[in-house]
Design a protein around this ligand. Structure first.
Ligand SMILES: CC(C)(COP(=O)(O)OP(=O)(O)OC[C@H]1O[C@@H](n2cnc3c(N)ncnc32)[C@H](O)[C@@H]1OP(=O)(O)O)[C@@H](O)C(=O)NCCC(=O)NCCS
Length: 145
């Protein structure tokens, strides 16, 4: 089953809802306010039900905070928001995930060693502090499109 809803840019008033979705999913919330302007969201009758962002680090991007409200999971919204973010970024994208490796494999990401992370990304807070060593590190090269 899929749900048809529009993807839009986040507004300042969406911050609390996005942080609460991330907390509920046990995903890091640090740094979210700083990149709120870059977030894409999907709203259902005004309520944010999915969100995600690409944080820029040098020439590369970190796809992070991809989250769907539990009541709306499995309806294609995660794929919709991640695909929209990927399509809007003409750069190599990286991510860290503990729970959704095969979700991202389907979107063109491949597992790579952390040692292949670009320096600017390695210096990021999510990379250094927020995601545990056990998290999978993945890349989607812009040439792979
Ligand atoms: C991971 C998450 C974003 C997926 O969103 P979703 O809306 O439920 O997923 P979709 O309905 O778009 O699923 C797209 C495809 O991925 C698959 N999929 C969904 N969640 C998956 C997961 N955790 N692992 C592997 N595959 C997954 C679906 O079965 C579907 O497959 P299909 O195309 O063959 O039908 C969502 O489950 C979530 O918010 N999880 C908690 C937060 C999280 O782990 N975020 C990722 C780390 S940044």
């Amino acid at each position: 089953m899929t749900k048809t809803l529009d993807t839009a840019g986040a507004r300042a008033a969406d911050l609390d809802r996005i942080v609460s979705l991330l907390s509920e999913a046990d995903l890091p919330t640090a740094g979210v306010a700083e990149v709120l302007d870059s977030f894409l969201v999907i709203r259902d009758r005004g309520l944010v039900v999915a969100a995600g962002v690409v944080e820029r680090h040098g020439e590369d991007g970190l796809l992070r905070s991809i989250v769907v409200d539990p009541a709306n999971q499995g309806l294609g919204l995660g794929k919709q928001i991640a695909s929209a973010l990927i399509a809007s970024e003409n750069r190599d994208l990286y991510l860290l995930t503990e729970t959704a490796e095969s979700f991202f494999t389907r979107l063109g990401f491949e597992l790579i060693p952390r040692t292949e992370a670009p320096a600017a990304l390695r210096a990021s807070e999510e990379f250094r502090c927020l995601c545990p060593e056990s998290a999978s590190f993945m890349r989607r090269s812009v040439e792979s499109v």
